[in-house]
Design a protein around this ligand. Structure first.
Ligand code: FRU
Length: 688
C-alpha cells in the first residue's frame, strides 16, 4: 500500500493501524465499541481523521498552512502531494493526481491553496469519475473547503456520504475560481463519513475543482444545503415498497439477528454501504415496534480483519451466561460469520464464526477479543442461527458447513451440510451432530406451536425447503420428507424471531432477485409471517400467515366489503378499484378454472388436479373443498399469495405496468358460481 500523501504524514497512519488492533483485541474486556474500519473494505489504510487534533495540527504545520485562525481546525486534505494518496479514484476525470495549476485547454483556474488542488478537467469536460476520501469519523460540526467548476447539482459536486447516503452536497458556480463553501455536518457528529468529489457531467462546465478540506467549529460561509436529487421522494420513489422493508439506500440481502428487546423488534440485515450491488457485507440495522414501521439506524457490524460480515443471528443472553452483561442489563449477543478472504484486509483467512455484543439495545457493538468462537471446519461455513434450549440449558447453533469430498471422478465436490454445535456461554462451542440430509445456507431451527406430539420442530434451509421433526438439544431428526416452504420465485434466506415474549415465531424472508430500476436501494424483505404447525391428512405442515400487525396499516375500512357475489358482480366491483398496496381476500369455486390478473400478474386455478399457479409457478393444493381461499398481499413491487389458510405460500417480486392498477377476474364457465371478495387498501409504513 503506497504511503498516503495526505495529512497527517504516513508514519501516523501506521500508529493508527496499531491503534485499531489494540481496540479490537481489548474489546472483550474494556467494553470499547468496535470502530468501523470502513476504509478497509477497499483495502485502504484507515482514515486520517482519527488522529487527535494535536497530530492534525502538527500535520497542518508541516503543510505550511498553520495560522492562528486554523489552530483549532482540523485540516483533512490539501492535495499537495504527487498523487491522491488514500483517496480512491474512479473514471478518468481526475487524472492520476492533484493538478498543479490550470490544465490543458482550461480557462485560468485560481483561488486554490498552496500548489496542488483537485481538478476533474483532466480529459476535458467530457471525462467523468469520482474521487473518494478514506472514511473518517465526523468530530466537528462544519466542513469548510474550496470548490469551483460546474454548477450541476448532483453532477459536478462535492458530496459528504454517511451510511452510503449522500447527506450534503455543494457544487461549483460555473466559475474556474475556487471559492469557500461550508457543509453543516452537526447532525452527523460521531458517525463515519466520506467525502466524494463527483464529476458526472460531460457537457459545458462538466468538471469540478476542489481543495483544502478543513473540519471546523465555525462555518466559513453560510452552509450550503443543496437539495439531493430525489431526496424529497425518499421512501416514495416509483418502485419503493411501501410496507416491505428496504434499506434507505443500497443493496440488502438476508435478514440477520432477528431479536426483540424491551418492546423493540430489531432487524439487522446484510447490507452493502457502498453500492447497489452485493458486496462489502456489513450488518445494517433497523428497529420497529410493529414489524412494519422501521427506523433505520447506523450500521451494527463492519468488516474487520477476520472478513466481511456475513449472515448470523442475535440473542438476548438473559442469564448472562456470556458474562458480557451487567446487573439488570442482559447483553444482546450476535453470532455471525466473518467471511475471511472476502476483503483485502482478510486475505488468506477462512470463514469463521465470531461474536459481538451490545449493552445499548444494539446501537453500538463490541467485537469479542477471543474471536473467532468457532474456527473454520469446512468450506465456507456460515450463517450461525443461535437459540437457547431450556431443557438442556445450552445454546444451540445450527451452522451451514460445506464438506469437501472426492467425487466419483476424483474431483473435489462440496456437500452442503448442517452441523449443530452447543455451548454453555456463547463463547465455547462443541460439535453435537450433523443432519442426515443436504441443506444449503442460512439454516433455521425452531419449535412451533400448533401440533400434537413431540415432532414439533421445524428445520429449514435458504431456499425455504423444510422438514418437521424432533430435536433433543443436540440432534434434529426429521419425521417428514423434505417439504416446499414457498412456491414463489423470490423468498430466500429467511430467518425467524424465535424468542418473543408473546411466543410467536415470526419468519422474515429476503425477496431475492427483485428489480428496482433507477432506485437508490436494491432488494426488499418479505412480509413477516407467523409460523405454526398444522396437522393435515398428509402429516404436519407449516402454516404461514402475515402477522396481525399488517392489519394496522388498513387505511380505514375496506374498498370492497366482503360479500358473496356472482362473477359478473365481482368483476364489475373490481373494475372500479385502483390497486397498488392492498390486502385482498378471496373465496373462489374450486370446481372450475379461473384466472385473476392483478396488475397484470396472473394467478390461475386449474381445477383438474387442484393446481394453483402464480406467474406460472405451481402448487398442488392438497386439501380440496368447495372453495379455494386466497389472501393476496400486494405492494408496489411484490405480491405474496397465501392459499389454503396459509398452508401454501408464493412470494413474488414484479414490476407492474404503471398504467395497470386493476384486478381482473376471468372464469370461462361462471354459471352459478359465487365469489367472495374483500379488498383493503394499506397505508404506507414510511409516511407518518
Ligand atoms: C445467503 C448468503 C449467506 C451469506 C450471505 C452473504 O443469501 O449467501 O449464506 O452469509 O448471503 O451476504
Amino acid at each position: 500500500m503506497p504511503c498516503p500523501k495526505l495529512h497527517p504524514p504516513p508514519e501516523k497512519l501506521q500508529c493508527f493501524e496499531y491503534g485499531f488492533r489494540h481496540v479490537e483485541s481489548h474489546a472483550g474486556k474494556s467494553g470499547l465499541p468496535s470502530r468501523p474500519p470502513r476504509a478497509l473494505i477497499r483495502g485502504m489504510h484507515p482514515p486520517a481523521s482519527v488522529f487527535r487534533p494535536a497530530s492534525v495540527f502538527a500535520a497542518a504545520m508541516l503543510a505550511g498552512v498553520a495560522s492562528r485562525a486554523l489552530a483549532a481546525d482540523e485540516l483533512f486534505a490539501d492535495f499537495e502531494g504527487a498523487d491522491y494518496g488514500q483517496w480512491v479514484v474512479t473514471g478518468n476525470a481526475f487524472g492520476t493526481g492533484p493538478a498543479k495549476g490550470t490544465l490543458a485547454n482550461q480557462q485560468s483556474v485560481g483561488g486554490f491553496r498552496g500548489n496542488g488542488f483537485v481538478d476533474s478537467y483532466a480529459g476535458g469536460d467530457a471525462s467523468t469519475g469520482t474521487l473518494t476520501s478514506p472514511s473518517f469519523r465526523v468530530s466537528k460540526p462544519f466542513l469548510n473547503f474550496l470548490v469551483g467548476g460546474g454548477a450541476h447539482e448532483g453532477k459536478t459536486c462535492v458530496n459528504v456520504v454517511v451510511d452510503g447516503r449522500v447527506v450534503r452536497s455543494a457544487t461549483g458556480r460555473d466559475d474556474e475560481t475556487l471559492s469557500m463553501a461550508t457543509l453543516d455536518l452537526a447532525e452527523f457528529v460521531g458517525k463515519d463519513a466520506r467525502i466524494r468529489i463527483v464529476d458526472d457531467d460531460t457537457g459545458g462546465w462538466g468538471h469540478v475543482n476542489a481543495d483544502h478540506f478543513v473540519f471546523s467549529d465555525t462555518a466559513a460561509t453560510p452552509p450550503v444545503f443543496t437539495v439531493i436529487p430525489d431526496a424529497s421522494r425518499l421512501y416514495d420513489e416509483t418502485w419503493r415498497p411501501q410496507f416491505h422493508f428496504t434499506a434507505r439506500e443500497n443493496w440488502l440481502n438476508d435478514p440477520n439477528g432477528l431479536v426483540a428487546l424491551d418492546g423493540e423488534y430489531h432487524l439487522f440485515f446484510q447490507h452493502n454501504p457502498e453500492g447497489r450491488e452485493w458486496g462489502n457485507m456489513t450488518w445494517g440495522h433497523a428497529v420497529s415496534t410493529d414489524l412494519f414501521h422501521w427506523k433505520q439506524l447506523g450500521h451494527a457490524l463492519y468488516p474487520d480483519r477476520w472478513g466481511t460480515m456475513f449472515s448470523g443471528s442475535a440473542v438476548i443472553d438473559r442469564h448472562n451466561t456470556s458474562g458480557f452483561g451487567k446487573p439488570g442489563q442482559p447483553p444482546m449477543v450476535a453470532l455471525y460469520t466473518a467471511a475471511g478472504g472476502s476483503s483485502e484486509e482478510s486475505k488468506g483467512r477462512p470463514f469463521t464464526q465470531c461474536l459481538a455484543y451490545s449493552l445499548d439495545k444494539g446501537r453500538t457493538w463490541t467485537k469479542y477479543g477471543g474471536n473467532p468462537v468457532v474456527p473454520n471446519v469446512g468450506e465456507g461455513d456460515r450463517d450461525p442461527k443461535v437459540f437457547w434450549h431450556e431443557p438442556t440449558h445450552r445454546w444451540v447453533m445450527p451452522l451451514y458447513v460445506g464438506e469437501n469430498e472426492a467425487g466419483a471422478d476424483g474431483k473435489k465436490k462440496t456437500r452442503n451440510r448442517l452441523h449443530i454445535y452447543t455451548s454453555p456461554d456463547l463463547k465455547t462451542w462443541s460439535f453435537a451432530s450433523k443432519f442426515a440430509e443436504d441443506l444449503y445456507e442460512c439454516p433455521g431451527l425452531v419449535r412451533l406451536r400448533g401440533s400434537r406430539g413431540p415432532a414439533d420442530w421445524m428445520l429449514w434451509g435458504a431456499s425455504g425447503e423444510y422438514w418437521v421433526g424432533t430435536f433433543d438439544g443436540r440432534e434434529f431428526k426429521a419425521t417428514t420428507p423434505k417439504l416446499r416452504g414457498d412456491h414463489g420465485a423470490n423468498a430466500y434466506a429467511s430467518q425467524a424471531y424465535d424468542d418473543l415474549p408473546d411466543h410467536r415465531v415470526i419468519l422474515v424472508p429476503w425477496m431475492n432477485g427483485g428489480k428496482y430500476p433507477g432506485m437508490p436501494f436494491n432488494q426488499q424483505m418479505g412480509v413477516p409471517v407467523t409460523l405454526e404447525l398444522r396437522d393435515t391428512p398428509e402429516g404436519p405442515r407449516v402454516r404461514k400467515w402475515p402477522v396481525k400487525e399488517l392489519d394496522g396499516l388498513d387505511s380505514g375500512g375496506p374498498l370492497l366489503a366482503k360479500a358473496s357475489r356472482s362473477t359478473t358482480e365481482t368483476a364489475s366491483a373490481l373494475a372500479g378499484l385502483d390497486l397498488e398496496t392492498n390486502d385482498i381476500r378471496l373465496e373462489l369455486p374450486s370446481d372450475r378454472d379461473w384466472m385473476i390478473q392483478l396488475r397484470g400478474l396472473p394467478i390461475e386455478w386449474v381445477h383438474n388436479g387442484g393446481k394453483l399457479r402464480v406467474r406460472g409457478r405451481e402448487a398442488v393444493l392438497a386439501q380440496k373443498g368447495p372453495t379455494v381461499s386466497l389472501r393476496l398481499v400486494l405492494d408496489r413491487t411484490s405480491l405474496e399469495t397465501f392459499a389454503n389458510d396459509g398452508l401454501v405460500q408464493f412470494s413474488d417480486c414484479f414490476l407492474p405496468p404503471p398504467n395497470n392498477r386493476r384486478m381482473k377476474l376471468e372464469m370461462p364457465d361462471s354459471k352459478g358460481a359465487r365469489v367472495s371478495c374483500e379488498v383493503r387498501a394499506l397505508r404506507s409504513a414510511w409516511r407518518p
